[in-house]
Design a protein around this ligand. Structure first.
Ligand code: ATP
Ligand code: MG
Length: 308
């Protein structure tokens, strides 16, 4: 079996941890962030899952603003509702700068409507992630994203492609509205071009294997394996490199008794299946520990097991 730890991966600048609900994303993301900070890196751990638990695992409250939890390790839990509000306010502000109050008033209802459409939250969330990946890249050596269960996250990570197309179309439409020769740069066009540049930059960062890796977390059971495999296929098309598969909660071989024997037999089948289906990727197994994971001592244990 290809065994390889996460140490090498934490030399990258951006790591995403993804996988089915409950498989150990938050645990593994937190353990990796902690280990990297202990090695002297400046690390930001970001939770994008609305059901945040990074605060719980570190037994320290942190919220929508970056906060240092330990030396070299900051944490942030993105509040999607707040980001959506901020996003809508920024759009209104830009409209107010360029157009009359009348136009603003008329467009207000449309903007509010757009903000309540499915997908609006993802745009606002991705905007915040972009801000972190671009504007904070000098402040942190490593940004670790603990993401929401897979489907949502994969759609989210594909947003730059969608947005680039969308902003491109808006830019084109705006250009067509403007007179061929202008005295002053058009503020709408400038704002759109700036947005386009940022999207291109974040896309380039996410797609560079030197900068970014996605880490798939699974357990040795049917549904999480299938979901991990779907992510593998979907990410292959997106250009984001998968750096590692973590197989979490593997039963210790010394677990005794009839019940465990049956479970271990089943698990062996799934572990083999994981080795076969993810053969091209580095894989690491984490045993089922004798307690759940919170607090620094157990997190450190997980970091060691991950080879961080
Ligand atoms: N190797 C392990 N041994 C024992 N308990 C574990 C192990 N890995 C994770 N756990 C426990 O399993 C639970 C789920 O883990 P975690 O919160 O990391 O999963 P998650 O994938 O982030 O879940 P969600 O999809 O709900 O965000 C937690 O209570 C955690 O302490
Ligand atoms: Mg989680």
């Amino acid at each position: 079996m290809l065994l390889s730890g996460l140490r090498g991966l934490s030399e990258r600048r951006i790591l995403f941890f993804g996988g089915k609900g409950g498989v150990g994303k938050t645990t593994c993301a937190s353990a990796t962030a902690l280990a990297a900070s202990r090695r002297g890196k400046r690390v930001l751990l970001v939770s994008t899952d609305p059901a945040h638990s990074t605060s719980d695992i570190f037994e320290t409250a942190f919220g929508p603003a970056e906060k240092e939890i330990l030396p070299g390790l900051s944490g942030l839990e993105i509040d999607v509702d707040l980001e959506l509000r901020r996003y809508v306010d920024r759009v209104k502000e830009q409209i107010a700068k360029v157009f009359s109050q009348e136009v603003l008033r008329k467009s207000e209802r449309q903007i509010e409507l757009a903000a309540s459409m499915p997908g609006a939250e993802s745009v606002a969330l991705f905007d915040r992630m972009t801000e972190l990946m671009i504007d904070r890249k000098e402040v942190y050596d490593l940004i670790v994203f603990d993401t929401a269960p897979t489907g949502h996250t994969l759609r989210l990570l594909q947003s730059p492609d969608l947005l680039v197309t969308w902003v491109g179309a808006l830019t084109k439409a705006r250009r067509a509205m403007l007179p061929p020769v202008q005295d002053e740069p058009d503020p709408v066009l400038t704002a759109l071009e700036r947005r386009q540049d940022r999207l291109e930059e974040v896309r380039a960062r996410m797609m560079s294997p030197r900068t970014t890796a996605f880490i798939l977390v699974t357990i040795a059971e049917r549904l999480p394996i299938e979901e991990a495999f779907r992510s593998l296929e979907s990410l292959a098309g997106s250009g984001i490199e998968i750096g590692q598969v973590i197989v979490n909660r593997v039963l210790p071989p010394h677990a005794a008794g009839e019940f465990y024997e049956a479970r271990i037999r089943q698990e062996t089948v799934y572990l083999d299946e994981i080795d076969r289906r993810f053969a091209k990727l580095p894989r690491v197994r984490i045993p089922q520990l004798d307690s759940d994971i919170h607090g620094l001592a157990t997190l450190e244990r997980v970091s060691e097991l991950l080879g961080c």
